[in-house]
Ligand binder design. Structure first.
Ligand code: PHE
Ligand code: FE
Length: 299
């Protein structure tokens, strides 16, 4: 899910990076193709008819679920991905995106080390994996593929506030690396960029890429009575652990992208110190746990 990953070298040495919590399985993708910044050319010619068909079917399945579940900004921008019948050429999307918000998309072989990831975001470049899942992984793929990265992440980069948030996140990530705070910052990415919900006049809607590209979790996150939904609070969020292997047990709800941007604009140096102190005192918060007095959103 383009989640920041735990590998402390900024340079591609032709070897795949290690990812958080995934054991010894190396990431898929040929990292020898990539340059020092981990980007490479999209290998469009290698896609087979079956690959394009997988993309087409994934796109169609998600598109029909969007009304009433995805936020308006996402629905308005999803067509910018171009023809839904085949895997797009990244350069075409990148050109439209650059005109809209100054962002570009760049191709990567798969998950990349966190510092390389942060550096790209800080330069308003979003890394997109070019390989696509196999037909037997149609419902669930353990690593982000081209469908997740494009369909999940790219439409909101057409929204000016969200686009600015993503760049600020990248710059903040470079700083967090120096402060040894990447694990806390990764929680912010997880609970906003990947699994965020937004409160609108019409009700709760999804804006996180991990939800928007998921067949089952999109409806679950917005309508199931099972998970907890709590108001976005930066320090509370940074104390909160998350699950990578099931639907989320807790979602954080923002009021607007502006709120998210403003809440994350201050220097996080003192925030990390406060969160660490709070964790030392009261511990981390497990996924699915709600604190006494905490406001919950009901569905
Ligand atoms: N304000 C944050 C910092 O000082 C940067 C940031 C912005 C981080 C937006 C995440 C998201 O580190
Ligand atoms: Fe992602």
């Amino acid at each position: 899910m383009s989640t920041p990953i735990d590998f402390h070298s900024g340079m591609n040495q032709g070897v795949a990076p290690v990812t958080y919590g995934t054991g010894d399985r190396p990431p898929r993708g040929n990292y020898a193709r990539a340059g020092a910044d981990y980007t490479c050319a999209q290998d469009w010619a290698v896609y087979t008819d079956a690959d394009h068909d997988t993309y087409r079917r994934l796109y169609a399945r998600q598109l029909q679920q969007l009304p009433g579940l995805a936020c308006d900004e996402f629905i308005a921008a999803v067509r910018q991905l171009g023809a839904p019948e085949r895997i797009p050429r990244f350069d075409d999307i990148s050109e439209r995106l650059h005109r809209a918000t100054g962002w570009q998309i760049v191709c990567v072989p798969g998950l990349i080390p966190e510092e390389a990831f942060f550096a790209l975001l800080a330069a308003r470049k979003f890394p997109v994996t070019d390989w696509i899942r196999k037909p037997e992984e149609f419902d669930y793929v353990v690593e982000p593929d081209v469908f997740h990265d494009l369909f999940g992440h790219v439409p909101l980069l057409f929204d000016p506030s969200f686009a600015d948030y993503m760049q600020a996140y990248g710059a903040g990530g470079l700083k967090a690396s120096r402060l040894d705070a990447c694990e806390l910052l990764a929680r912010l990415y997880w609970y906003t960029v990947e699994f965020g919900l937004i409160d609108t006049k019409q009700g709760l809607r999804a804006y996180g890429a991990g939800i928007l590209s998921s067949a089952g979790e999109l409806r679950h996150s917005v309508t199931s009575p099972e998970p907890q939904r709590v108001a976005f609070d930066l320090q509370r969020l940074m104390r909160s652990r998350y699950r990578i292997d099931t639907f989320q047990a807790t979602y954080f709800v923002i009021d607007s992208f502006r709120q998210l941007f403003d809440a994350t604009a201050p220097d996080f140096t003192p925030v990390y110190a406060q969160v660490r102190a709070e964790i030392a005192l009261s511990g981390e918060i497990e996924a699915g746990v709600v604190l006494p007095g905490e406001r919950r959103f009901r569905v």
